[in-house]
Design a protein around this ligand. Structure first.
Ligand code: FES
Length: 111
């Protein structure tokens, strides 16, 4: 597999996130406070909660349920209760479309 069309860039809030499912994988496409686009696993590593529903601040996103914040570049939790990182995927922008490759995560999710 390779990069797949995820969403139109204009449909991603700035800052903010949208949830997409690519090849069965839930992904949060996130635009950070600087306008940079990231793609991470949409499932919080603490429980089965969509991270795309959380608040984006600078280069992190906060899980709305218990408040863990994840670094969008590394997937690492920056605050408890989550202790495991979420997967991070490669992103590219072509002709106003966000492409995401879920086949080879840049950072693997720990189980
Ligand atoms: S479900 Fe995300 S921090 Fe608890």
């Amino acid at each position: 597999m390779s990069a797949r069309l995820a969403v139109a860039l204009s449909d991603v809030p700035s800052p903010g996130a949208v949830r997409v499912v690519l090849d069965g994988v839930p992904v949060a496409v996130v635009r950070d406070g600087n306008g940079e686009v990231h793609a991470i696993s949409d499932t919080c590593s603490h429980a089965d909660v969509s991270l795309a529903e959380g608040e984006v601040d600078d280069c992190s996103i906060e899980c709305w349920l218990h408040g863990s914040r994840f670094d969008l570049r590394t997937g690492k939790p920056l605050a408890l209760p989550a202790i495991r990182p979420v997967a991070v995927y490669s992103v590219s922008i072509e002709d106003g479309q966000v492409l995401v490759d879920v086949s080879a995560p840049l950072v693997l999710e720990e189980s």
